[in-house]
Design a protein around this ligand. Structure first.
Ligand SMILES: CC(C)(COP(=O)(O)OP(=O)(O)OC[C@H]1O[C@@H](n2cnc3c(N)ncnc32)[C@H](O)[C@@H]1OP(=O)(O)O)[C@@H](O)C(=O)NCCC(=O)NCCS
Length: 132
């Protein structure tokens, strides 16, 4: 088994990214074409091992404000620190204010964001708007 490595996603990754996103987010998962478009306008980090993407963080940046659009880790490797590592890598590469929406029911993710310095600044439907 090779080492886990953190890299930028490439166009060839869109199929796999979409497959994981649909597994994690169901109907709200990004399609391949959405990921293809997103990769052109944003920055997507992946953690890869043995040619398999284990997790990803996708950020769109506009006017110095970064929007964390996606953070996902495959189910079988969750709770091993990958989500935190992806978030930290994104923040390091993209310094400045970052915002995100997290479902109110997603308490685990909210805990992660709070422990990385984000706080709740508002609500949007069934989600918290967090800024850090
Ligand atoms: C949320 C997610 C990205 C976290 O990634 P991960 O690799 O599993 O998380 P990590 O191992 O890096 O854990 C970081 C922290 O998150 C919190 N956390 C994550 N999942 C949790 C859970 N199910 N219950 C409680 N806390 C949780 C903990 O505070 C944890 O810190 P600790 O290990 O020091 O206690 C991942 O679980 C995931 O992909 N979930 C499904 C998709 C999703 O909800 N994405 C976020 C959308 S906003």
């Amino acid at each position: 088994m090779t080492e886990r490595s953190l890299q930028r996603a490439r166009e060839a990754d869109v199929e796999e990214l979409s497959e994981i996103d649909m597994e994690l987010f169901g109907e709200e998962g990004f399609s391949e074409s959405t990921f293809r478009r997103e990769l052109r306008v944003g920055t997507c980090f992946v953690i890869r091992q043995d040619d398999l993407i284990l997790g990803y963080a996708h950020v769109r940046s506009d006017d110095g404000i970064h929007d964390l659009m996606r953070l996902g880790v495959r189910a079988h490797v969750q709770a091993q620190g990958l989500g935190r590592a992806l978030l930290r890598a994104a923040r390091k590469e993209l310094p400045g204010k970052m915002m995100l929406l997290v479902r109110k029911v997603n308490r685990g993710a909210r805990r992660l964001y709070e422990s990385e310095g984000f706080s709740v600044e508002g609500t949007l439907n069934d989600s918290w708007l967090m800024v850090g």
